[in-house]
Design a protein around this ligand. Structure first.
Ligand code: 3E9
Ligand code: MG
Ligand code: MG
Ligand code: MG
Ligand code: MG
Ligand code: MG
Length: 362
């Protein structure tokens, strides 16, 4: 039996996988972070111990090594922004000023040669990332990456408002914010680039395909909230995390909030798997690869989340599970009581002979 504040083993129905070059990719990212001086020396010193290259190698286990290295550098850079600017820095409490900085970064992502923020290491590192994105992406995919960066920036600005005011959003608002502020959507274009294809825009933006990506974001960020709760809680800083949201909204104990959050992610995971199976059956090779990659992204976050020094914090060990498990805690097909995502449950036919609203062929 586990105590109420131990994180239970999370259901992991998707098999693990990792690119064989993970050690080299991890080393390359360490060198890149030092070369570009990403984050303060102290933050960078922590980030390079967190196995971010192995995380990227799990997300694209059979992808192009150059794109995996790009993804790895980019995820480290995102932590430079998320930890350095938003959670530990001054800008995280100044949404207006944060917006100005983030707009400068977006301009650099779009046009790396723009002479803005010329002495800023995060900006210089982003110039490099942007040029490498251009080398692997079509112009439309690169634009998609910048749009995803914009939606991530927009959500951390919302988060900064709550941090400045010391307020806790409702579960519904938090769910909406969390679809973007976990920076999951900025990874999606790299899933395509990692296998050298660009999804047809109408296929990628089909409501059911988009929803599958959102469901993956939900599971990834709920898992992050469970596995990072110790790190975030012990920091003494303001933090948003579904455990805190549920306790604030319902007055429940930490143990009850953990049980609820696990049930929520299990229910969305089941829906994700059902929707994915349904879409796979009618998908062409690229969409099949994309849906497969979404699954790798979910599983990668679990394998990395239970093992990275970022979350295990050995100096003050987190009560994390050392394994994952083979059974969900919740097997209901009913929608969660969260209006922002209610529509996900209307994409699949309830009975086999009903109209297939998720059909992706016109
Ligand atoms: C935000 O959540 C974490 C991202 C900004 C970091 C970059 C990671 C990815 C793009 C992959 C998705 C991974 C996740 C969500 C870890 P939060 O709670 O600030 O992350 P933390 O690691 O501090 O718990
Ligand atoms: Mg964050
Ligand atoms: Mg964080
Ligand atoms: Mg977290
Ligand atoms: Mg393909
Ligand atoms: Mg695969």
């Amino acid at each position: 039996a586990v105590g109420p504040d131990l994180i239970p083993a999370l259901w992991a129905p998707i098999p693990p996988a990792i690119h064989p070059r993970h050690a080299d990719i991890n080393d390359a990212t360490t060198r890149w972070a030092h070369a570009y001086k990403v984050g303060s020396p102290q933050l960078r010193g922590r980030l390079v111990t967190q196995d971010i290259g192995r995380f990227a190698a799990r997300i694209l286990p059979r992808g192009d090594e150059r794109v995996i290295t790009l993804l790895s550098d980019f995820v480290l850079w995102l932590f430079g922004v998320d930890d350095g600017h938003c959670e530990e820095g001054m800008l995280g409490r100044r949404p207006g000023e944060l917006t100005a900085t983030l707009h400068g970064l977006l301009r650099i992502a779009q046009q790396p040669q723009t002479p803005l923020l010329v002495d800023d290491p995060l900006a210089c590192a982003l110039r490099d990332l942007s040029r490498r994105i251009d080398a692997h992406a079509t112009p439309a995919q690169a634009a998609r990456w910048i749009d995803a960066l914009r939606e991530y920036f927009w959500s951390v600005t919302w988060e900064a408002h709550h941090r400045a005011a010391g307020t806790i959003p409702s579960l519904n608002d938090y769910t909406l914010m969390r679809l973007y502020d976990g920076a999951t959507t900025v990874v999606l274009p790299l899933l395509e680039m990692g296998h050298g294809y660009a999804l047809d825009a109408d296929e990628r933006d089909h409501p059911a395909v988009r929803a599958a990506g959102e469901m993956a974001s939900f599971v990834i960020t709920w898992d992050n909230d469970l596995l990072s709760h110790h790190k975030e809680h012990r920091s003494g800083d303001y933090y948003l995390n579904v455990i805190r949201i549920l306790q604030h909204e319902t007055g429940c104990t930490t143990g009850q909030a953990l049980t609820t959050a696990v049930a929520q992610r299990d229910r969305v995971m089941r829906l994700f798997l059902r929707l994915r199976t349904h879409l796979q059956a009618q998908a062409g090779p690229q969409l099949r690869q994309y849906l497969d990659s979404l699954g790798h992204f979910v599983r990668a976050s679990q394998d990395w989340g239970i093992s990275s020094l970022r979350y295990t914090t050995p100096d003050d060990p987190a009560p994390l599970p050392s394994t994952l498990c083979s059974q969900p805690t919740d097997d209901s097909d009913d929608p969660l009581d969260i209006p922002a995502i209610d529509q996900w449950w209307s994409l699949l036919p309830v009975r086999p002979r009903e109209t297939v609203s998720a059909c992706i062929t016109p």
